[in-house]
Design a protein. Structure first.
Length: 452
């Protein structure tokens, strides 16, 4: 499908509040410096998920720059966008081309999300950043504050947010269909076949193979402490390492907790505790159960949210089966338990829901829509929603004001896992008040020369 056709389909597919989301003729005025009046986009990280992010961003503007530390991945994407300039170092890209770009897509490993995105926002660039928004708690707050300061349009890549099924689920919960919710359970099918961490890997490899000529290893490390190259890190498997990734929680909670987090307007927790498999200093543990305690929000009661990941003693770490009221547990999902029923979402992205007990909700009709709907691929539509915000429409639904709070909250769970202690959290100060050593994982130092 031609890019112009894809863009028109998105604009035509927005319903409900859509009439006010797009201002006709605004594009050429906003981007008058662009030769063709189109949004000029630079993409940082173009392999893996960054590959599809780049392609989809290209449906809503011109891809004018590509950046990746892997020359093979960079060359492959440059074949599709031959007019784009190519870089290995995002700092060089932003330094040299900041006057020629309007927006930046960041789809790098987790530890370089904030360094690249904050640098771009400080140059006044609109930013789409993959989930999790950041690698650390402190970075999440910095991302939110920077977006506010520079008044840029933002979106985090938890694409389920753009799914019409997800938005229906939010509306159902907010309508009070299952009554006040005080208990939530969320589980994931990560890591397993997706990447290696403990118990398979608990220490750095001792061998030091040569760095492939197409990999710029120092640029991959970025803010992380220096270590020798090994293929166990790049590509993809960085997710399971403390220094580079955020484990199962960071990889999937921005998807799977998104429905309860948004529907219940959870905000920041006051206490986070965890139990887990054996902790090592290199990789995430084999399993973890993390509990978040959220205070009352206006008329909404306090909520306890429990997250489950990995496997213990050869069995999947899942919530008690009886909570699902006879439903077959999905490989990942969320369960919201209210005073008058429950919602079971057997889906990574919150796009599907079942109200329980099923007999009680026979004939149930969802409330009238209050959130905009978009037809088509949610992943593509999420880029379109961001582009629309850049052009003067309302903020994208997973803008950094929302996404940073979700990310900050989830990453507190990793801090609780690593320290093995319950953390009392003062969100106003971005500080754990009862465990002084929590300052380390919440705001670790950057490698010299890579400070934000």
């Amino acid at each position: 499908m031609a890019r112009g056709t894809n863009r028109r389909r998105f604009l035509q597919g927005v319903s409900l509040a859509g009439a006010g989301f797009w201002v006709a003729g605004r594009e050429a005025r906003v981007f008058s410096d662009s030769p063709n009046g189109k949004l000029r986009i630079a993409c940082i990280g173009v392999g893996g998920k960054g590959g599809s992010d780049t392609d989809q961003a290209g449906n809503y503007g011109d891809i004018v720059a590509l950046c990746d530390i892997d020359d093979k991945r960079l060359a492959a994407k440059a074949e599709k966008f031959p007019k784009a300039k190519t870089f290995n170092d995002y700092r060089k890209l932003l330094d040299e081309m900041h006057a020629q770009i309007d927006a930046v897509v960041v789809s790098t490993p987790d530890h370089t999300h904030a360094p690249a995105a904050v640098r771009a926002m400080r140059l006044g660039k609109h930013v789409y950043c993959q989930k999790p928004l950041t690698h650390t708690v402190a970075e999440a707050r910095l991302m939110r504050d920077t977006a506010r300061q520079y008044k840029v349009a933002t979106q985090m890549g938890n694409q389920g947010t753009a799914d019409k099924g997800f938005r229906r689920g939010v509306e159902i919960i907010r309508s009070g269909a299952i009554g006040p919710v005080r208990e939530v359970h969320v589980w994931t099918n990560r890591p397993f076949k997706y990447w290696k961490q403990a118990p398979d890997i608990v220490a750095r490899p001792t061998e030091t193979p040569p760095v492939p000529e197409y990999v710029h290893w120092d640029l991959f490390l970025g803010t992380a402490p220096a270590r020798p190259y090994h293929p166990v890190y790049h590509p993809h498997n960085w997710r399971g390492w403390w220094d580079f990734g955020t484990g199962s929680l960071g990889d999937m909670a921005c998807h799977t907790t998104n429905l309860p987090f948004m529907a219940l307007r959870l905000g920041y927790p006051t206490r986070v505790s965890a139990t887990s498999g054996e902790i090592n200093q290199e990789t995430y543990p084999a399993w973890a159960t993390i509990t978040y305690e959220f205070p009352a929000r206006g008329d909404l009661p306090p909520v306890k949210l429990t997250w489950y990941e990995g496997a213990r003693n050869g069995e999947r770490n899942l919530p008690p089966a009886e909570l699902l009221l006879g439903e077959t547990p999905s490989s990942s999902g969320a369960l919201l338990i209210g005073e008058r029923g429950a919602m079971f979402s057997p889906n990574d992205y919150g796009a599907e829901q079942k109200l329980l007990p099923a007999k009680q909700f026979e004939g149930y009709r969802p409330p009238e829509p209050t959130l905009a709907r978009m037809e088509g691929n949610p992943d593509d539509n999420q880029k379109g929603e961001w582009a629309r915000a850049i052009l003067g429409g309302p903020p994208a639904m997973s803008n950094f004001d929302y996404a940073a709070v979700l990310t900050e909250t989830m990453l507190l769970g990793n801090a609780a896992v690593r320290l093995g202690k319950a953390l009392d959290y003062d969100a106003e100060k971005v500080q754990v008040t009862n465990v002084p050593e929590a300052a380390g994982p919440i705001n670790p130092p950057y490698r010299k020369g890579w400070e934000i």
